[in-house]
Each structure stands twice: as structure tokens, then as C-alpha cells.
Design a protein around this ligand. Structure first.
Ligand code: PEP
Ligand code: MN
Length: 332
């Protein structure tokens, strides 16, 4: 249920209403817009007398929110959420250009890629240290060492770092990582979602390869209901009948998620296609569809990459793409 307050209501009277609602055992999510405040009620609202609340002179309207996702629901928070990562803002008109290799391999590699993508205008550096690989025989990531190498790259470039966490037990290792990525395969690892929900770090939540938008939003809800509202949603392609691409990039997810939720939505064209030469087209299409950012795999030596080389752009290819994305955003 949401309670839309009248414009510029008396703060004390609003607080009295919030206390009264909390007294009924409800959670109250306050979204203060420029003129109007919306109170989102969380919990069992079946016994709440809607008519009584609607009759208060400080209340403009009361509506039931039928969707099961509440905290991430646009109805609870009509304005776009802006997620801050250091000085970088994501959402609400702020575009995140996240780039870097699939996996951190060596200090030279991650520092070289970080410098290159920064020079091309990236504002966040990605790099996997814990890799969810389909085969147990494939490179699994440098783990703690990989995270240390990312920190060196951050120090060299000033770019905040994004890295995937696969296991709750590894959380202490991520204390100094700027954005925690929850990968597609862990989108419904509810214990992990709850645990990152207890941190104060921005979470990059990727859509599972066979998950609906509602399921993605329910996973965001797990994080937010645990207290962490800094969630960035990521469309990274889903499994369909596509035979020539790794996945199918569901671009309609971007406007639809924007309609349903106030959270920023970014797109990963690398895992969506699996093919470097197709990545730029889909990155531009995602930008045109209104994405709040892109996450793109870039490697300085893709042929020898330990993971996802086929979909990795070379630094000069990324540079050309970043320029086109900027131009397209100006036109938009
Ligand atoms: C990745 O970002 O390297 C990754 C493994 O992505 P996804 O979880 O979307 O497959
Ligand atoms: Mn990858």
C-alpha cells in the first residue's frame, strides 16, 4: 500500500502518521520527492483501514500495491534512484560505463586494461576474481589475489571496481571492493542476496539466464528488504532459441524495468551475445533503449584471455564504441 501525502505537509503531522503506521507492525518506506512524499507500507496491510487514512487532511490518496515487489517498485519511489559509487552516479540521467576483462589475470593485464578503458571514458572498472564457470576444469579466477590486483588497478587509475561475489563466506575479502556483482547464476541465491543486503555497498544484480523480470525484481527485493537499497539491475541476455549468439539480449527489459522500478537498469552486451563484433551494435541499441549504463568486457589480448575472449573488445574497439555511445546519448 502507498500513501501519497499532500504537497508541503507539516512534518510533525507526517511523523505522527508514520509512527502510528509503524505501531501497527508495518515497515514504512519514506520517499521524499521534490514536492510530494510517498509512504510505502511494507508488511501485512490487510487490516489497515484505507478509508481512514485517505480521510486525513494531510493525505492526497491511498493505493494498494498489488505487485509482490515493494521496495524496488516505482509506485513506492516515483523518482529514479541514483546509486552512488564514490563520485560516480548511476541512474536518473547518469550513465555508467563499466569496462574491463572478464577475469583478472595478471597485474600487467588489469592495470593496462584499466588505463585504456579509463582513457576511453569508462567510469568503473570490472574484473572477475571469483568466476562461475560451467566447467570445473576451466580457469576459476585468481580469487583473493585477483581482488588485490583490482585494488592496484584502482589505485593506478582512480576507477572504482566491480567484482562478482559467489559465496557468502568470501564477503570479508570484498570489504574494500566498491560494487558487488551478483552474477546471473546466483540471481536466486537468496541467502547470498540477503547477506549482501546487510552490506552498505552498491550491488550490481544480473538477471538469471532463465529468469523473468518479476523474478529479477523479487531478487532485488531480497537485497532491499534486508536494508540495502543500492541496487543496479542488469540485463545480460536470456536463453531462448538463438543459435548463433550466446544468449538473446532482451532489450524490452530496459523500458519495462524502468516502468516497474525506480532502480537503474544497465545492459551487458558481452554476455548477451558472446561475440565481440556484435557487442557494439547491441551496446548502442541498449543505449537507445534508455539503459542507465553498459558493462562491457575489454581485454588487451583477447585471443589469449583465460575467460570469454571471444566476446571481449580490444581497447581500441572499446574506444570507438565509447565515442559512439557518447554521441548517441547527445542525440537522445
Ligand atoms: C561476468 O560478468 O563475467 C559474468 C559471469 O556474467 P553473468 O553472471 O551475467 O554470466
Ligand atoms: Mn565474462
Amino acid at each position: 500500500m502507498i500513501v501519497v501525502m499532500k504537497e508541503n505537509v507539516n512534518q510533525d503531522r507526517q511523523n505522527q502518521l508514520i509512527d502510528w503506521l509503524k505501531g501497527m507492525g508495518l515497515g514504512v518506506h519514506v520517499s521524499a520527492g521534490e514536492f510530494q512524499t510517498v509512504l510505502g507500507l511494507i508488511g501485512d496491510t490487510s487490516k489497515v483501514d484505507m478509508d481512514l487514512i485517505a480521510s486525513l487532511d494531510i493525505v492526497e490518496s491511498v493505493k494498494r500495491v498489488t505487485e509482490t515487489f515493494k521496495c524496488c517498485n516505482r509506485k513506492f519511489h516515483p523518482e529514479d534512484s541514483i546509486i552512488k559509487v564514490g563520485d560516480v552516479k548511476v541512474g536518473g540521467g547518469n550513465f555508467a560505463m563499466i569496462a574491463g576483462p572478464c577475469s583478472v589475470e595478471t597485474e600487467d593485464q588489469i592495470v593496462a586494461v584499466a588505463k585504456a578503458v579509463k582513457a576511453s571514458g569508462a567510469n568503473l572498472l570490472r574484473g572477475g576474481a571469483f568466476k562461475p564457470r560451467t566447467s570445473p576444469y576451466d580457469f576459476q579466477g585468481l580469487k583473493a589475489t585477483g581482488l588485490e590486483l583490482l585494488k592496484i588497478a584502482r589505485k593506478e587509475t582512480g576507477l572504482p571496481i566491480v567484482s562478482e561475489i559467489m559465496n557468502i563466506a568470501d564477503l570479508p575479502l570484498f570489504e574494500d571492493i566498491d560494487v558487488l556483482q551478483i552474477g546471473a547464476r546466483n540471481m536466486q541465491n537468496f541467502d547470498l542476496l540477503r547477506e549482501v543486503g546487510h552490506t552498505n555497498k552498491p550491488i550490481l544484480l544480473k538477471r538469471g539466464l532463465a529468469n523473468t523480470l518479476k523474478e529479477l525484481l523479487m531478487s532485488a527485493e531480497y537485497i532491499m528488504a534486508s536494508g540495502n537499497e543500492q541496487v543496479i539491475l542488469c540485463e545480460r541476455g536470456i536463453r531462448t532459441y538463438s543459435d548463433y549468439t550466446r544468449n538473446t539480449l532482451d532489450l524490452s527489459a530496459v523500458p519495462m524495468l524502468h516502468e516497474l522500478s525506480h532502480l537503474p537498469v544497465i545492459v551487458d552486451p558481452s554476455h548477451a551475445t558472446g561475440i565481440a563484433r556484435i557487442v557494439p551494435s547491441m551496446a548502442l541499441a541498449a543505449t537507445a533503449a534508455g539503459a542507465d549504463g553498459l558493462i562491457i568486457e575489454v581485454h588487451n589480448d583477447p585471443i589469449h584471455a583465460l575467460c570469454d575472449g571471444a566476446q571481449s573488445l580490444k581497447p581500441d574497439e572499446f574506444d570507438a564504441l565509447a565515442g559512439k555511445v557518447r554521441k548517441l546519448r547527445e542525440v537522445l
